[in-house]
Design a protein around this ligand. Structure first.
Ligand code: DX5
Ligand code: ZN
Length: 210
């Protein structure tokens, strides 16, 4: 299981020491919000560039923004290794996927809790990961929506049926209670914000997820 701590839940007044606490994680999850696709604003490429100086982790960037094509390149230049965009934001997913591939990053597609797996089915063969939202995107610290488990099982079944190798990532309300269920359903990557950072020992929390 890959653990991806979500920087959004870190204390930004001491970002460097916060990141040191989760340096054993392979991935770092970076939530980008534009106040348009979601009702919250987080941070832009400048912050990502700063974080890159103190981390060698894989930067898994989750674009919760209306116009992923417009902002993807600055994030890649700032250090993003993987870029996930929301299927709900684009008219021509293939165009966006190809554009992102051209930037040299791994590509993910995300679905909100009310978006069905069938909306992304025909794109699965072109992408590296699917990010299943288990809360409404926009804020950390929300309650896990168990219907995400059904979608993850559906994606895992498609993967087995087709032999495709996209990763299944889950994001929102992940903790040590739902992690075993997520694993069983076919999840490869657990994104977790508050569960990891709202603790005296983020490393212990990550171990418990693993
Ligand atoms: C929500 C973000 C998540 C969030 C997860 O819009 O995409 O990545 O940071 O935070 P928790 O784990 O607190 O739900
Ligand atoms: Zn996220």
């Amino acid at each position: 299981m890959i653990i991806a701590p979500s920087v959004l839940a870190a204390d930004f007044s001491q970002l460097k020491s916060e990141l040191e606490k989760v340096q054993e994680a392979k991935w770092l999850h970076i939530d980008v919000m534009d106040g348009h696709f979601v009702p919250n604003i987080s941070f832009g490429p400048v912050i990502v560039q700063s974080i890159k100086k103190v981390s060698t982790q894989i930067f898994d960037t989750h674009l919760m923004i209306t116009d992923p094509m417009k902002y993807a390149a600055p994030f890649v230049n700032a250090g993003s290794d993987r870029i996930t965009f929301h299927i709900e934001t684009v008219d021509d997913p293939i165009q966006v996927i190809n554009y992102l591939k051209g930037l040299g990053v791994k590509v993910g597609v995300s679905i909100k809790p009310k978006t069905e797996v069938k909306t992304i089915k025909k794109y699965l063969k072109y992408i590296d990961q699917v990010l299943v939202m288990s809360v409404e995107p926009g804020f950390g610290g929300q309650k896990f929506d168990p219907t995400s488990l059904i979608k993850i099982k559906e994606l895992d079944a498609i993967r087995k049926e087709t032999g495709l190798d996209f990763l299944i990532v889950v994001d929102g309300g992940v903790n040590d209670k739902n992690a075993p269920l997520l694993k069983e359903a076919g999840t490869d990557v657990l994104v977790a914000g508050s569960f990891i950072f709202n603790s005296e020992s983020p490393q212990e929390r990550m171990d418990s997820l693993k």
